[in-house]
Design a protein around this ligand. Sequence first.
Ligand code: SF4
Length: 534
Amino acid sequence: MKILLVYPKMPSSFWTMNHTLKILGKAAWYPPLGLLTVASMLPKTWHTRLIDLNVQPLSDQDIGWADQIFISAMNVQEASARSIIRQCSDLGKPVVAGGSLFTLQSEHFPGVDHFILNEAEITLPPYLSDLEQGSPGKFYRSNDFAHVSETPLPRWDLIALDHYQYGIIQYSRGCPYHCDFCDVPTLYGNRPRMKSPEQIIAELDVFRSNSTVPSILFADDNLIGNRKVLKQDLLPALIKWRRQHVPIFSFSTQVSINLVDDVEMMDLMLEAGFRHLFIGIETDNEDTLKLTGKSQNMRRNILDSISILHRKGFIVVGGYIVGFDTDTLETFHTQADLIQNSGIMLATLNMLKAPPGTPLFERMQSEGRLIPGFSFHEAESNITLNMPSKLFYQAFQQTIQKVYSPEYSFERAKQWLAEFNHLPAVETDIPALNTLEYIPVLGRAIYFIGMKWSGRRYFWRLLWWTVRHRPRLLDWALVSTIFMYQLENLLNEYSQLLEEKIAELPDQKAPPVSTPQSRTREQADISSPYIQNE
Ligand code: SF4
């Protein structure tokens, strides 16, 4: 049997960081971990190939080679997934589909021949067994959750790691929290399930031996979902392994902001090599956090929490949301201030969406507020908001102008560089990158950002500011300029989409959003102790 695994194209978004790739000389940020794991569960005698559309095109010849085409996709990949399904249908090849897009919306994909839904560790074996008997069914579902401690090592041999900027592994699935807009609890449950340290070390050894990636993403829903096991089990194993091998890569992951309440956990994570953290901050409005069930973010000063993480030695990427029922047009002002005063260089402001399978989706459906025929993308919501749509979209457009434009991301970069502790208190530091390898990246950054980009003055200003104030962070300043460039390109794309959306909507009588009065860094009482120490 010949199986072609196909990973659909990711649209341009904050998450794909696509504008940075030409500077980094890479095709995509992360390999398709789900499909590589599925590949490892197929019979060893089968022939398997994998095509990631983010790296290479899919030809009719590729499809013609295979007996079946396996696709895995998330919501945002819907357009590309549909196009692949059509192409396979035209060529008469059966499509086998899995992943969160199909698990939550299988009824919308009549062109798929077989659905391997929920977790493939459970639903793929019965499909393979039925296929062997010659009578494969249409749907394979399960309400059970897999023991990821039995999940095999992904088939890394199916891809060229050099195409990707980061490596990727997954330690746990599931999250103990109940944010009502999040599909993780529905898809993976509230009890995190973990791989063994031995599994993780085996996966890390693959990257250590076969790649020069500067960072590896732990693609967990919330790494600190089970603190006890993480502290007793994985982190000590990672620390031991890092001391033994001194790998060149750091780790990135997603955590909830209450990490900051656990000093021991932060210290262990730093020692283990974690540096980049994505945190869903969403808002600092307590009523909103209560409404959405995001209790772990409540009763804290968000700016202080972020500052603690920066001073500890973490680099924080923050996600924020507007469009909750408690929000008003004034919320756009407070969100812009919250982001700007955080010193989070890479911040994403999203419209609230209700993914299928979430409590929010159920509520919006019961209130008749779901927009039918919606396809997920960044510049539109699938719910009827509790404020006039045109004003909402106009205010959103004005706010992302503030968050993503280089004028503002430059200021955040300075704030972050001023307080970032680049020498965290660890026994085993991460070796400096091989500068020679990064000379082409530097050359491309100077050409594309420092010379061709309309915001090039911010490139030079940030480098100059860093030379004067924190010269040892010049490499981080360069990375910040690459992110500034990404954000501005994204702003241009989103602005165009938003303008089209706004033009479709009927005029509203209320006045447009005025320019907010921002709180300054001083008013937010965030000082920068490291800046004097250089
Ligand atoms: S903490 Fe994150 S992963 Fe967990 S439910 Fe909330 S949004 Fe989802």
